[in-house]
Design a protein. Structure first.
Length: 289
């Protein structure tokens, strides 16, 4: 918010004027002083409003931190048996909401709308939390928080498939999730290894295609594929591809105050052990140093 302050100056007449001119000059000065006082009060109110905005981020729904995600992406965000949305990202955004003295509300929406910043332009949410890999293109569309998770791509296969890597997929189908870095990695290597990419709308359908045998393998982020293999022991992660990715939460370009509050909340959570507690809850081990 921009604040405006008015500075008014009155010109005082020359002393050699007649008495009527002197009285007139006094009357003009008195009126200008009154206007200046009014303008000063207006400027003070504007400054106070700007200070309040600086202290509190703009939220699409007052009293709530509205967070856009794309389900399901276990263990980052998914519905539990009761239908409640839970996960690693959810718990971290609760930490941010607590810092802002509000509650988190989650909206399930198309992943590309989050990464493109469309959800912010449409005022659908305040932040995106969907295990989003930070890239230059995405950063330009909607700025990211400090990184909160390190990830890489991985290959999910059936345990008895004999597939160890992309070199074993010649003539076969590889599942990827639309609008993800996994899709890009799979497509970038398709001609080299001779497989065909099949695009799915979300993680579960692509991973379940491996389970059903309708595709030979799936590429996606390592965290979610290890979790899927744990729940489905006839599948396994055959290998990882060291893409050096990091996740961040994103926000509107017009909400730097929220971004700063988010960074502060994440930094504090890492410093006081809250982050490690949440990490261990969802991954079963301590967070990497």
């Amino acid at each position: 918010m921009k604040s405006r302050t008015s500075f008014l100056r009155a010109a005082v007449g020359v002393a050699a004027a007649a008495s009527m001119l002197a009285l007139s000059a006094c009357a003009n000065y008195s009126q200008t002083a009154s206007s200046a006082a009014s303008a000063a009060a207006s400027g003070a109110a504007s400054a106070a409003s700007a200070a309040a905005s600086a202290a509190n981020p703009i939220l699409v729904n007052p009293g709530k931190l509205t967070v856009c995600t794309h389900l399901a992406y276990k263990p980052f965000q998914f519905k539990d048996d009761s239908g409640k949305i839970v996960g690693f990202d959810v718990d971290l955004m609760d930490v941010v909401a607590k810092r802002l003295n509000v509650t988190q509300e989650i909206v399930d929406i198309d992943f590309a709308q989050i990464t493109s910043g469309a959800v912010f332009a449409a005022k659908k949410c305040d932040a995106g939390a969907a295990a989003i890999t930070i890239t230059a293109e995405r950063q330009a569309a909607a700025p990211f928080s400090i990184p909160y998770f390190k990830a890489t791509q991985a290959l999910l296969v059936k345990t008895d498939s004999g597939i160890k890597g992309l070199e074993d997929l010649k003539g076969k189908l590889l599942a990827v999730q639309t609008d993800t870095t996994g899709q890009k990695y799979g497509e970038d290597n398709a001609s080299k290894y001779g497989y065909t990419v099949k695009v799915y709308d979300d993680l579960p359908t692509g991973a379940n295609a491996v389970l059903a045998g309708s595709v030979a393998a799936a590429i996606n982020d390592n965290g979610v594929l290890y979790d899927f293999a744990k729940d489905n022991p006839t599948t396994k992660v055959a290998t990882e591809f060291q893409t050096g990715e990091e996740y961040g939460f994103n926000v509107s370009k017009d909400n730097p105050v929220l971004l700063a509050a988010m960074d502060a909340a994440l930094a504090a959570a890492k410093a006081d052990g809250t982050y490690n507690t949440i990490y261990k809850k969802w991954f079963g081990v301590d967070a990497p140093a």
